[in-house]
Design a binder for this molecule. Structure first.
Ligand code: SF4
Ligand code: SF4
Length: 417
């Protein structure tokens, strides 16, 4: 079990040999060109954080928090140092106290789990966005509130969230058809409900028995990243209980980050059998559906939904998709459409939760190789199985004046049914 105890953190910090292997893969270090923005430098700053929180500590923590949470350092680290937990502990030590801490706990423990109230709040926010014309005006100054002067933009909330569009979608369990339950996630639920709707349509078209369990809540990633492990654990417990009651045989998610949380973090966060059982059932929706569609189509029958004249199709692999093989999605898209799918440069898209809002210029700079490749490859459709990557890539490609349709692979699949 991951416990951000002093002993655990001290051990992690000591295991860093300062070899510097992680520097070459860290998007934050590449952008800020500063050792304190590198994984190694972050760990050293974390080591110095002890005693009372003062201005010096806050400055150190804000340097530590220029992390995109992409986990690339951990994948390359020969000592498997838990950079993520060290960064989270530093963040929570500072921002988890005082008014900010109280506010964060109220949101994560009081608002987010109460789905009905949370939905009402976001509905009101969506109505307010419509009222002030935020939706219609891409460059309106209102899109930048409350971050005026930063060129950061707020996401546009959907008028109706996925849960209210699809309803409960409960299907009685049958012997020959395992029930596949959908974990909808917050961004897909409230910003891209069409992704959830398309997932259900594709699943049904492929003959799967579908369920969308009621009362499922946020996966807990925002709380986990902020270092509020207790709130993340509460949300994890709630989701495990909801999906256990639903009797799902398999659980699919349309978000790479939610998926990583459910698959890899829940077992260590909950440290019990239910967490392990739950995680074992988690799958990526596109990785399940695309190979099924490819198997059904066979090599001779290609989908007619994608015209030969359509401009290039490309795929961006989200950082958090490491828990599944997105190569299978790409191979299946190629088999079904008969078109080559170009892989975008391997790297973070620059969204990283609130990173692109806190550091909009850095968020754009991190995405630059992808924008460059999309331009050079005359890409018309960019597929990526993560709503956060979709949102950021859509924004940076538009800003670059490129006409690229950024789509979730399940929505692209729904077009072909
Ligand atoms: S790769 Fe690992 S051990 Fe080497 S400097 Fe980075 S965090 Fe430390
Ligand atoms: S998680 Fe990503 S951004 Fe953060 S330190 Fe590691 S490589 Fe750098």
């Amino acid at each position: 079990m991951v416990a951000a105890s002093e002993a655990f953190l001290a051990d992690e910090l000591d295991r860093c040999s300062k070899c510097g292997t992680c520097l070459s893969v860290c998007p934050s270090y590449k952008h800020f060109h500063d050792e304190t923005a590198s994984p190694r430098g972050r760990l050293e700053l974390c080591r110095g954080l002890s005693g009372a929180v003062d201005t010096h500590t806050k400055a150190a923590v804000s340097a530590v928090c220029r992390c995109l949470g992409c986990l690339r350092c951990m994948r390359s680290c020969p000592s498997s140092v838990r950079v993520d937990v060290c960064v989270q502990a530093a963040a929570w030590r500072t921002y988890g106290s005082g008014i900010q801490g109280v506010f964060r706990r109220c949101v994560m423990r009081g608002l987010v789990p109460r789905r009905r109230i949370f939905r009402q709040v976001l509905r009101a926010a969506a109505a307010a966005q419509a009222l002030v014309g935020l939706r219609s005006s891409e460059n309106s100054v209102l899109r930048h509130l409350p971050m005026l002067g930063t060129r950061a933009k707020l996401p546009v909330l959907a008028r109706r969230d996925a849960a209210s569009i699809v309803g409960r979608a409960r299907v009685p369990k049958t012997k020959d058809r395992p029930t596949v339950a959908v974990f909808s996630g917050c961004l897909s639920n409230f910003v891209y409900p069409n992704v959830v709707v398309d997932t259900l349509a594709s699943m049904r078209a492929l003959g799967l028995a579908v369920a969308v369990p009621e009362n499922q809540t946020c996966c807990g990633v925002p709380a986990w990243i902020a270092g509020d492990h207790e709130s993340a654990r509460r949300l994890a417990r709630a989701n495990v209980s909801v999906f256990e009651k639903a009797g799902a045989d398999r659980i699919v998610t349309v978000c790479a980050s939610c998926g990583r949380m459910l698959k890899e973090t829940y077992p260590e966060l909950l440290d019990n059998e239910s967490g392990i059982r739950f995680a074992a059932k988690v799958e990526d929706a596109a990785s399940l559906l695309w190979p099924m569609r490819a198997a059904r189509a066979g090599s001779a029958t290609r989908a007619s939904g994608v015209g030969a004249a359509e401009r290039g199709i490309a795929y961006h692999r989200p950082c958090h998709s490491v828990w599944y093989d997105s190569g299978e999605i790409v191979r299946s898209v190629e088999a079904v459409t008969g078109r080559e799918v170009r892989m975008m440069p391997d790297g973070c898209c620059g969204c990283a939760g609130t990173f692109a809002m806190r550091f909009p210029e850095a968020g754009r700079a991190v995405a630059r190789p992808i924008v460059k490749a999309a331009r050079a490859g005359a890409i018309g459709t960019l597929l990526t199985p993560c709503p956060a990557c979709m949102m950021h890539l859509d924004a940076v490609l538009r800003e670059a004046g490129l006409d690229v349709k950024v789509q979730h692979p399940v929505s692209f699949l729904a077009r072909l049914q």
